[in-house]
Design a protein around this ligand. Structure first.
Ligand SMILES: [Ca+2]
Ligand SMILES: [Ca+2]
Length: 223
């Protein structure tokens, strides 16, 4: 008996269709993965761009702020330079007029001798007043101005208002003085002595003298 092979056409067709379907699903799956990967990549690139943009924006803001600070600093430096130039011109003019600079103040020693009142008037005409000595250093500077004089020099100190109460020309009461030994003595029996001079000698050097006597004097003013 001959056996005839039986061909199950539908079955063959069915296997082929399954493979196609599998391939289709696989392709679709791969396609989806590719699309998803592309989307993820695009999303990542967008995030990177956004980060870069934010970084650039922050940098720009920082640069702008830095530029504003520089501009402000530049304006301040220019203003300070102008201010210093004005001060320098002022100091040069003062030096030509005989003023000497010490510790942000200007001092002038006279070339003639006058009474205490006339001396003070002269200082006021120069935009100053008789010198007020606030420290040992200032006294030493005053010494350096007066040491070459052959006579005493009036300073801005007197007890004309109340005997024995020594006040500076700005109204403040004397706290530290550099009196010679035995001074102030108000002249004892000779005459009233109410105006202070600083002597040409070194050491303790102040003395009270009659205000109507004539001496050199020292003026002091702000720069
Ligand atoms: Ca006196
Ligand atoms: Ca005296």
């Amino acid at each position: 008996m001959e056996i005839t092979p039986v061909i199950y056409e539908n079955s063959v067709t069915s296997v082929d269709s399954s493979e196609d379907l599998y391939e289709d699903i696989k392709a679709e799956h791969m396609g989806s993965q590719t699309i998803r990967k592309n989307q993820e990549q695009k999303s990542s690139e967008r995030d990177q761009l956004l980060t870069s943009y934010n970084y650039l924006l922050t940098s720009y803001k920082n640069l702008t702020t830095g530029r504003d600070h520089l501009e402000t600093s530049y304006i301040s430096v220019i203003a300070e330079k102008d201010n210093l130039q004005k001060k320098l011109s002022c100091l040069e003019k003062a030096a030509q007029e005989g003023w000497r600079y010490f510790n942000s103040r200007l001092y002038y020693i006279s070339t003639e001798q006058k009474t205490w009142n006339s001396s003070r008037q002269d200082c006021r005409k120069r935009g100053a007043d008789l010198v007020i000595i606030n420290s040992k250093e200032e006294q030493e500077f005053v010494d350096s101005l007066s040491c070459c004089k052959d006579a005493a020099v009036f300073i801005g100190l007197s007890d004309r208002e109340t005997e024995g109460v020594w006040k500076w020309v700005d109204g403040s009461v004397l706290t530290t003085g550099y009196w010679e030994n035995g001074q102030p003595n108000n002249g004892k029996w000779i005459s009233s002595q109410d105006c202070a001079v600083t002597g040409p000698q070194l050491g303790k050097r102040w003395n009270d003298k009659p205000c109507k006597n004539s001496y050199y004097w020292i003026c002091e003013k702000n720069v």
